[in-house]
Design a protein around this ligand. Structure first.
Ligand code: EPZ
Length: 430
């Protein structure tokens, strides 16, 4: 089993190139199945969730060809099944995007129910409500979500919660429905906009993505496209907070600064210097970090996917900080691990009360989910001594070459497989 071995104490210094956004790439790949023509996707992150989805699409007859590590050609002209029971797909959240895509194009889809990170109950009622409003019959049987329609007809849909997944799924299905669909209280995340732009590049008629009202005029045909996925807001934010936690000086490159505004604002509040230079942001943490308060919110609020990373920084900041998680009810599981490294955090319901400590110390810890796993790595990079991080398969779901990018910034981090590798690492780092 792979682990990260980390010797903390080195400030991260240098430039890091940010890859394509996983949470944009996943729906874009699924939507590629909505045309029989060839689609080229560039800036695809080479991460596990994306590869699992590509394998599942291959298994139903989509031709998938890697042009290079980050560019893929898909052709769904010969899909041979609308029933997807792939075991691996159960583990990822984005499996359900194939429902919206296939229902939209073929008016039928049966897909294993989604898994993904264990961060809350993660209902799919809004997806189902949206599909039904478009005229589909939706049932859940034998672990599959089954959606079928004679035809889909545009509708006026009010989402009870602002859901990224439901907005994306309903948008895909509505793209090939008859007439006009209006989604109210739509999610405004950058990846929702990226999918809308991709669908539009295939001939869809979508207006308002990025606002809370999206208007979709159905079309009968989508054509091939060439598209570049947006940079990953959360990968960038993770490196920006890693700079803060390690008292470093890191420039994240190839990003869209607008997508990072809420993250930048919090870094400034806690005492970092943040400089925006075209498509780069430099974060310098030369002064002691200060406490603050933060509440996770849908975009443009502070992202729930950055909540563990800011908590790791605040637990090393002077004074008492409060972090409120308002999106997922079970997203503080990593706090126990951070406590083992010396953090002083009390969780009450959806709130963490954090009393800053002077330092972390290395420990043997496990990644409970993707973002918390990455955040714990950043804690280990700041810690005194050696940390072993288990269950890094979660981190690999969403961060490409995480340890290599950190190494390039001066971190002492290695991927180890066996006790012997770990001993070698310990000898090397002293
Ligand atoms: C997406 O999950 C992301 N995943 C998550 O990133 C991210 O944390 C989340 O959006 C919020 O930004 C992907 O894009 C693959 P939601 P999603 O539907 O779509 C409730 C990561 O680390 N809800 O916006 O599943 C739900 O319970 C992952 O990359 C319903 O009640 O999130 C939650 O409280 C983790 N009914 C809230 O809405 C529904 O039908 C937001 O969930 C759907 C959602």
């Amino acid at each position: 089993m792979e682990q990260y071995a980390i010797k903390g104490g080195n400030p991260l210094v240098g430039d890091v190139e940010i890859g394509g956004a996983k949470n944009a790439a996943l729906p874009i790949l699924a939507a590629s199945a909505m045309t029989g023509e060839s689609v080229y996707i560039e800036n695809m992150p080479d991460v596990r969730d994306v590869n699992v989805l590509l394998d599942a699409m291959t298994n139903i007859g989509v031709m998938v060809k890697r042009i290079n590590r980050h560019k893929v050609l898909l052709n769904a002209g010969n899909i041979n099944s609308l029933v997807i029971e792939d075991e691996a797909l159960k583990k990822i959240r984005a499996s359900y995007y194939l429902v919206g895509a296939l229902l939209g194009k073929y008016k039928h889809a049966e897909v294993v129910l989604p898994g993904g990170c264990d961060i809350g109950s993660r209902a799919i009622d809004q997806h189902i409500k949206g599909f039904r409003a478009l005229g589909a019959t939706v049932t859940i049987e034998h672990g599959l979500i089954k959606a079928k329609a004679e035809k889909l007809v545009g509708s006026h849909i009010y989402m009870d919660v602002s859901s990224v997944g439901a907005t994306i799924n309903v948008m895909m299905a509505a793209t090939m429905a008859e007439g006009v669909t209006i989604i109210e209280n739509a999610a405004r995340e950058p990846h929702v906009v990226d999918l809308a732009n991709f669908l539009s590049s295939m001939g869809a008629n979508i207006k308002g993505a990025g606002t809370d009202v999206i208007r979709i005029k159905g079309v009968s045909h989508l054509h091939g496209s060439e598209y570049v996925v947006i940079p990953d807001q959360i990968e960038a934010g993770t490196f920006m907070f890693a700079a803060a936690v390690t008292k470093g000086d890191v420039t994240v490159k190839n990003i869209i600064p607008k997508h990072l505004e809420s993250i930048t604002a919090k870094l400034l509040e806690i005492g970092c210097e943040v400089e925006e230079i075209e498509d780069c942001i430099r974060v310098v943490a030369s002064k002691p970090l200060r406490h603050t308060q933060v509440k996770t919110l849908p975009y443009p609020g502070f992202p729930t996917d950055m909540q563990p990373q800011i908590t790791v920084a605040l637990a090393l900041s002077r004074g008492t900080s409060i972090v409120t998680e308002s999106i997922f009810e079970n997203r503080f599981k990593y706090v126990d691990e951070l406590t083992r490294m010396g953090a002083n955090i009390k969780v009450e319901g959806n709130t963490a009360i954090i009393d800053g400590v002077a330092k972390y110390t290395g420990a043997s810890i496990s990644a409970p989910d993707l973002r918390a796993g990455a955040a714990l790595v950043t804690a280990a990079l700041a810690a005194e001594g050696v940390t072993i991080v288990d269950d890094i398969r979660y981190i690999q779901r969403g961060y490409e070459d995480f340890h290599l990018k950190l190494q390039a910034l001066g971190a002492q981090i290695e991927l180890v497989q066996k006790e012997r590798d770990f001993q070698k690492f310990e000898m090397r780092v002293g």
